[in-house]
Design a protein. Structure first.
Length: 200
C-alpha cells in the first residue's frame, strides 16, 4: 500500500518500539504530498472518504492576507518563500505550506490605506480622489487620530515587500491565505532570515 497515516508501527515518544499487532489498513492510507509551488494557479480535485473532495493546490501565485492591526484583508500576489521553520529545502524550491514565511506585494494595502484614511502610507506622494463621497469623509475623520504604523512595518512597505505567514493548508483546501507579520513576530522572523543569510 505504501504511504500510511497509521501510527501502530511507529516508535513511541520515549523511543520504545511498538509491537505491530495488525497490518496496514485501507482507511489509514495516505497520499503523496502536494508540494504546492509558486506559479499560475493549478488545482486538482481529489475524492476522499465519504464522497467529499479536497482541493489539492499544485500551483498558486496569490492569496488573501490580513493586516490584523488595521482590520484590513486584501488579495495579494505571493512573491517568494523566504523562510520555513521545518526545512530549508522548502525555501529553495519555493514550496507553499502552512507556516511558510513568504513575501507579498504591498500595492493593494497601500491603496486601501490611502482610500480609508485619506493620507499616504509612508513618504509616497498622495493625490486625493476627485469624487470624494460622504462615506470617505466619515472614514477620514474616524481615522484622523489613529496611531501611526510601526516603524518596522513601515520599512517593509517602503521596500515594496511585506513578510507574511501562510495559515491555511494549500494542499488540502487549495488556498494560500494568511496574515502580515507585525510586532515581536516580525522582529523574530527578520532576525531568523538574517541569521540564515549569514550562515548560508
Amino acid at each position: 500500500m505504501g504511504i500510511t497515516r497509521m501510527s501502530d508501527l511507529k516508535r513511541s515518544k520515549t523511543g520504545a518500539r511498538s509491537i505491530g499487532w495488525r497490518k496496514k489498513r485501507n482507511h489509514a492510507k495516505g497520499r503523496p504530498a502536494a508540494a504546492t509551488r509558486i506559479g499560475a494557479q493549478k488545482i486538482h480535485f481529489v475524492r476522499v472518504r465519504g464522497g467529499n473532495y479536497k482541493r489539492r493546490a499544485l500551483r498558486l501565485d496569490q492569496g488573501t492576507f490580513a493586516w490584523a492591526s488595521e482590520n484590513a484583508t486584501r488579495k495579494v500576489r505571493i512573491m517568494s518563500v523566504v523562510y520555513h521553520p521545518s526545512d530549508n529545502d522548502l525555501v529553495r524550491t519555493n514550496t507553499l505550506t502552512k507556516g511558510s514565511i513568504v513575501t507579498v506585494e504591498t500595492g493593494p494595502f497601500k491603496e486601501w490605506f490611502a482610500k480609508a484614511k485619506g493620507k499616504p502610507l509612508g513618504n509616497e506622494k498622495y493625490e486625493a480622489p476627485k469624487n470624494i463621497t460622504d462615506d470617505m469623509r466619515k472614514s477620514w475623520l474616524k481615522h484622523k487620530d489613529d496611531a501611526p504604523v510601526e516603524s518596522d512595518l513601515m520599512s517593509e512597505f517602503s521596500s515594496g515587500r511585506l513578510l507574511a505567514v501562510i495559515s491555511s493548508r494549500p494542499g488540502q483546501c487549495g488556498r494560500a491565505d494568511g496574515y502580515i507579520l507585525e510586532g515581536e513576530e516580525l522582529k523574530f522572523y527578520q532576525e531568523a532570515i538574517q541569521k540564515k543569510k549569514k550562515s548560508g
